[in-house]
Design a protein around this ligand. Structure first.
Ligand code: PA5
Length: 461
């Protein structure tokens, strides 16, 4: 295995927190529990236990996904229908690794399909997507682990009917790929009924942990992302995680430990602030991973997605002078792509800008990241800086595996199950009940009673 630098965590400013400091010794003392967390993850993953399969994804055979992606790559457009863990990972991979404004690029510069995501239930958006594609040369990829999520079902019904009505049943069927569980839900019987293409979403992998399975890889590969490198980076990180005997040699254990300790001292808001536009979607993917995995039994930490330097002009006032209830991670990419050196301007009015002339935009953004971390540290807010050398498939794969592991280990420290989502299921069941789905009558009754209480007092203008 080729050893490359994957990421590094600077955490010297994580121990300042006003009256309720986290001490370095408290972090150090977590080593045995973190070793137990690692063993717990690995032994359950090896036994194929539900929820733990993400740990093994970097090593699984994905030849069938690559083969399907080769066909998908011949399409002019791909419309993916899915939500939450069946959408956010795709968007994250594409925006991190593809050029900006992907769909607007001329096809000669893309050499791969345009990509549309139908995640929310929004009639105008669905109609807009339909109006932008040529059904003849489009593939509809519907992704749902449970195979029954109402938003995905609604959007798919829309696109499937349009496709069938426009092209006829047989050609429409050839343009559909279903990614779902091998037996649960209504999508598998649909595949069997109409005989369309399909991939099996591994049973032991949960939705928000599924980006390195066929869920995320299929569209990424079709759009030209090197998924083998993505998986190799994730695997390399996983090997390193399994090798470290003490917390101080393991950035993932440090980050999980710090989050856990600060959470216990009342800092139960976790701000992730990447200083790189391509990582903005990484923040959205992380927010689902962190929020849904750890918000259980009255415990949890609220993920906040911020973007540097944009949110310096929106949130930093709150972060530096508001309540001390947050733990901050500043995420930077040391070396960007196609950096711009700022030109010197001849206008006298711009003389005061000469400090920028000839300097790099990447350097400016990274100095801003450094300045933000320093400003937070100055006022005693706990902050760590996580950096990756470059944003490529190998490093992104490692970063994904890193954050999945940090989340799972933090869940272990909190003594909760990071792999279920009872709150999400509750909302889904209430929706089924309200929409009149059979078998959900008691959910309908319950939600109506709760809504009546909400509506007991109303103020209007
Ligand atoms: O992580 C999860 O399990 C959920 O957030 C799901 O990703 C989301 O609800 C979509 O579910 P499904 O893929 O079953 O349609």
């Amino acid at each position: 295995m080729q050893e490359k630098s994957l990421l590094s965590l600077a955490y010297g400013a994580a121990f300042t927190g006003g009256n309720s400091n986290v001490a370095f010794t408290e972090l150090d003392a977590l080593t045995p529990r973190l070793q137990a967390a690692d063993a717990w993850l690995r032994s359950n993953a090896a036994q194929g236990k539900e929820g733990f399969g993400w740990m093994d994804l970097p090593r699984r055979n994905v030849d069938n996904v690559q083969a399907m992606a080769r066909w998908l790559a011949t399409r002019e457009s791909i419309v993916q229908v899915g939500i939450g863990g069946s959408a956010l990972g795709n968007l994250m991979l594409h925006s991190a690794l593809l050029p900006p404004c992907w769909n607007e690029l001329p096809s000669s510069k893309r050499n791969a399909p345009r990509f549309f995501m139908a995640d929310n239930v929004d009639s105008a958006e669905n109609r807009a997507i339909w109006s932008l594609i040529n059904p003849e040369s489009t593939a509809i990829v519907v992704v749902s682990k449970s195979g029954s999520t109402a938003e995905t079902a609604a959007n798919f019904l829309f696109f499937w009917e349009k496709l069938r009505d426009t092209l006829g049943e047989a050609p429409a069927r050839e343009r559909v790929v279903v990614v779902t569980d091998k037996e649960k839900g209504i999508l598998r019987p649909f595949v069997e009924e109409i005989g369309c293409k399909s991939l099996i979403l591994p049973e032991d992998v949960g939705g928000r942990f599924s980006v390195l399975s066929c869920v995320g890889l299929l569209s990424a590969w079709a759009l030209g992302i090197d998924c083998k490198e993505l998986l190799q980076g994730a695997n390399e990180l996983d090997v390193l995680l399994g090798r470290t005997p003490s917390i101080l040699e393991n950035p993932a254990w440090i980050l999980a430990g710090l989050n856990f300790l600060h959470m216990n001292k009342g800092r139960n808001i976790n701000v992730l602030m990447p200083y790189a536009d391509p990582l903005e979607r990484f923040g959205e993917w992380f927010a689902q991973l962190w929020g849904e995995s750890l918000g259980k039994g009255g415990k949890g930490s609220t993920p906040v997605r911020a973007l540097g330097a944009v949110d310096q002009h929106s949130q930093i006032q709150l972060y530096t002078s508001g309540p001390d209830d947050k733990f901050y991670t500043i995420l930077t990419v040391e070396q960007g792509k196609g950096d711009i050196a700022m030109p010197a301007a001849p206008e006298r009015a711009f003389e005061k800008l000469s400090y920028l002339y000839g300097k790099s935009m990447d350097a400016l953004r990274n100095f801003e990241a450094e300045a933000t971390a320093a400003a937070l540290h100055k006022v005693g807010r706990p902050v760590v800086s996580l950096s990756i050398p470059t944003l490529d498939p190998h490093r992104l794969g490692a970063l994904i595996q890193f954050y999945e592991y940090v989340t799972a280990v933090t869940g272990y420290l909190m003594n909760i199950n990071p792999f279920d989502q009872p709150g999400v299921e509750q909302g889904k069941n209430y929706t089924y009940g309200l929409m009149g789905r059979s078998g959900f009558e008691s959910d309908a009754q319950e939600v109506r009673a709760l809504s009546a209480k909400i509506g007991e007092r109303i103020a209007s203008f």
